[in-house]
Design a protein around this ligand. Structure first.
Ligand SMILES: NC(=O)c1ccc[n+]([C@@H]2O[C@H](COP(=O)([O-])OP(=O)(O)OC[C@H]3O[C@@H](n4cnc5c(N)ncnc54)[C@H](OP(=O)(O)O)[C@@H]3O)[C@@H](O)[C@H]2O)c1
Length: 364
């Protein structure tokens, strides 16, 4: 399970959880490893099975150890329970139950097909791996990534409003790569009126990427008819609200499961203040302005004890990376923050410790 948890960390956070899987021989030898590379790609179980088959390994009679209950539904990819049965795997040990109703039931399907299933191994670590994702699922809201491209002194634009580009070309390319993975990108009306951004995902040559996010603008003012963000592909939505929870509800209702909030300061601040951010990606340029638009406005924090203390996130390429001249910082939401704690506890109860112990010791 340690190896499966480590493999899971290679994937990106977002609409889907991080999941890792390891296939073991009956003697306990590690035969193949797989992980999930994000929405629309193979699940960890299918990835591990395909790696095993590529290596010429016979999976009949093997054991699979996986960090999340195998799914039972046909989403963007086929159901993992069926793939496991088809591969002849004899035993599955997973850590934590899948909280999705449509996906739940993978364990039952496996048992009905004669596969031995145990659950609850390394439950706490597997839950912690995806605690923000579990929280978003329970709250029926999209997973929220906050993106900030800033100078060393935390400015996102100069005093005259210029902000293109604070980041290195490598950071911009990284950001466009992320835009191609998410379901929606969100900015405030202020950014649209000042910068007139396109908010599309583009490759190094400026060509539109195959997958484009929904472009969402939040705020009460109208979005001008000739604003670039409207585009011509119909993938634009105006969210006439200043309430971040309401904006997320509107996006969720449109099928959005992962949104990247790109700015400006007012929108970044309102999401942070509401504890509605799961993941923070900061591109830090070795540049000093001394004046201009600060990345964040007042968050209502007046004493150090109330500071939001974020954790470094090793998932999806690591916590700290150089991108050209910039530093890319990757962080997870503060543990037990006011907006998250309740749901985390509620979710954890989905798999009770006694149930887990019973599964682990009691076999079927
Ligand atoms: N470097 C970067 O990563 C980056 C990214 C984006 C933007 N920027 C820069 O950010 C600057 C714009 O920042 P900004 O703060 O003026 O614009 P903003 O955050 O994009 O939009 C602010 C507007 O959003 C609306 N709004 C919606 N919900 C709100 C809430 N809860 N609280 C306050 N306002 C809310 C308000 O307009 P309504 O009256 O319409 O409701 C407000 O005036 C620009 O200079 C741009 O270049 C930098």
């Amino acid at each position: 399970m340690d190896a499966a948890l480590a493999a899971a960390l290679a994937g990106p956070r977002g609409a889907n959880p991080l999941v890792g899987a390891v296939i073991l021989s009956p003697e306990g030898e590690q035969l193949a490893t797989g992980y999930h590379r994000g929405a629309g790609t193979a699940h960890a179980e299918a990835d591990a099975i395909s790696e095993a088959h590529k290596k010429g390994v016979d999976t009949v009679g093997t054991t699979m150890v996986v960090t999340l209950e195998p799914c039972n539904h046909v989403g963007r990819t086929g159901p993992c329970a069926q793939a496991i049965i088809a591969a002849g795997i004899a035993k599955v040990i997973y850590a934590v139950d899948d909280p999705h109703d449509p996906a739940a039931g993978g364990a039952r399907t496996l048992r009905s097909a004669g596969v031995e299933v145990l659950s609850g191994l390394a439950l706490d670590q597997a839950f912690d791996l995806n605690r923000d994702w579990f929280d978003a699922v329970a709250a029926k809201r999209p997973f929220v990534t906050l993106h900030i491209a800033q100078t060393l002194d935390s400015r996102i634009a100069a005093a005259d409003g210029t902000s293109q580009w604070i980041s290195s070309p490598e950071s911009l390319a990284d950001n466009h790569g992320l835009r191609g993975l998410i379901d929606a990108i969100l900015v405030g009306t202020g950014t649209v009126l000042i910068d007139n951004p396109r908010l599309t995902a583009r490759d190094a040559d400026g060509e539109l990427s195959h997958r484009q996010p929904l472009r969402a603008v939040m705020g009460l003012r109208d979005v001008p008819e000739d604003a670039s963000v409207r585009g011509t592909d119909g993938r634009f939505v105006h969210l006439p609200t200043r309430d971040p929870s309401e904006a997320l509800r509107m996006l969720f209702d449109q099928g959005v499961r992962h949104v990247m909030v790109e700015g400006g300061s007012s929108i970044l601040s309102t999401f942070l203040q509401a504890h509605l951010v799961d993941e923070l990606i900061v591109y830090l340029a070795p540049t000093v302005l001394g004046s201009g638009t600060p990345a964040l406005n007042d968050l209502g924090i007046t004493t150090l004890a109330d500071a939001q203390r974020w954790s470094w996130d090793d998932a999806g390429g690591g916590a700290v990376r150089m991108l050209g001249e910039d530093l890319r910082l990757h962080l997870r939401s503060p543990r037990g923050s006011a907006g998250n704690a309740g749901n985390v506890v509620q979710n954890k109860n989905l798999v009770s410790r006694s149930e887990a112990a019973e599964h682990l010791t009691g076999g079927h």
